[in-house]
Write a protein that binds this ligand. Structure first.
Ligand code: SF4
Ligand code: MG
Length: 318
């Protein structure tokens, strides 16, 4: 089957000009990512802040323009579509953000906020009321809430409204960027469960971006681990969390508490800080922090290979 979403060699460079006489240097926020997502899947994208995961999400929807690479939606190349054609594609691919309050107009009622995408995409007027009612109820609120304003809601309710807005056009793919990171842990679970229910109800495919591994473990079918704009490991969640192979994945996971006290993960401390993306190390970009670094790692970037049913970029697996 064709993936619903396929990304090939995606790159995003930002010019980084420090002084007016200086030549700009380039930061590769996303540096050649390949990813295939199939219908109905939830693919978690994890990595420390600054690893390029938000940039990747925005590039897929072309909210920021990729520098290189191809994006296929349902087999169709959308990377060269003009603005107007892209608007049509976005009907099928929506974004949910970390802090919905920033994107919910405080002067508008929830009804108007949710109607906005319907108007923008010329959904016939006579369908609006039923879509509004169905969607607000699908996210666990009621039609009575439609006449209220964003400030009248709690953080969790606002995220429900953010999700409702993304759902209004009945998209196929939702890219969620840290959708629960701003919420209390108890509310996080509610929103994650809601996202899972909605996935079944509306046959949604999720790209779920988060720095929080427990959250990603809870919701994902597959997980992609990013480091300095590159993917280092990608595979089924059970495999990746059960037996992480890439040293960076191992280090990330070793800091996540495990519920089962019989199970133990060796604690691996990440050495040093995340290097500046504008001046990444040679060879494997992770080598200055890696607990398993080989000589070759300092000079040669490891290619992506299939190892034990997953993709991994590391010289340890040859
Ligand atoms: Fe560590 Fe080398 Fe693997 Fe990079 S390629 S993660 S430095 S072992
Ligand atoms: Mg981010």
């Amino acid at each position: 089957t064709t993936p619903i979403l396929e990304i090939k060699g995606l790159k995003k460079r930002f010019a980084n000009k420090s002084g007016w006489l200086q030549k700009p240097t380039f930061v590769h926020a996303v540096n050649g990512i390949d990813l295939r997502v199939f219908e109905g899947e939830t693919v978690g994208i994890v990595g420390e802040s600054g690893c390029g995961k938000s940039t990747l999400g925005r590039c897929i929807l072309r909210l920021i323009e990729p520098s290189e690479g191809t994006i296929l939606f349902e087999g169709k190349n959308i990377s060269k579509l003009d603005k107007k054609e892209m608007v049509r594609v976005r009907r099928h691919m929506q974004m949910v953000f970390q802090n919905p309050y920033d994107t919910l107009n405080p002067k508008q009622t929830i009804r108007n906020i949710l109607k906005e995408p319907l108007v923008a995409h010329r959904v016939p007027q006579e369908e609006h009321d039923s879509l509004l009612a169905e969607t607000i109820e699908a996210v666990g609120l009621t039609v009575r809430h439609l006449s209220r304003y964003p400030h009248e809601f709690s953080g969790g309710q606002r995220q429900r409204i953010g999700i409702a807005r993304a759902l209004m056009l009945r998209p196929k793919v939702i890219i969620a960027d840290e959708p629960v990171s701003a919420l209390d842990v108890s509310i996080q679970a509610q929103i994650l469960n809601l996202l899972q229910d909605l996935q079944e109800q509306y046959c949604l495919t999720y790209l779920f971006i988060s720095h929080d591994l427990s959250v990603v473990e809870h919701i994902s079918d597959k997980v992609a681990v990013l480091y300095l704009g590159e993917m280092v490991e990608f595979g089924e969640k059970e495999k990746l969390f059960g037996q992480p192979l890439h040293p960076y994945t191992q280090a990330l996971l070793s800091s996540v508490p495990i519920a089962d006290p019989d199970e133990q993960r060796e604690r691996i401390t990440l050495r040093g800080d995340l290097p500046s993306p504008s001046n990444p190390p040679d060879g494997c970009k992770f080598h200055p922090r890696c607990h398993a670094c080989l000589n070759i790692c300092r000079t040669e970037a490891p290619p992506m290979r299939e190892v034990e049913g997953r993709m991994i970029a590391c010289h340890l697996y040859r």
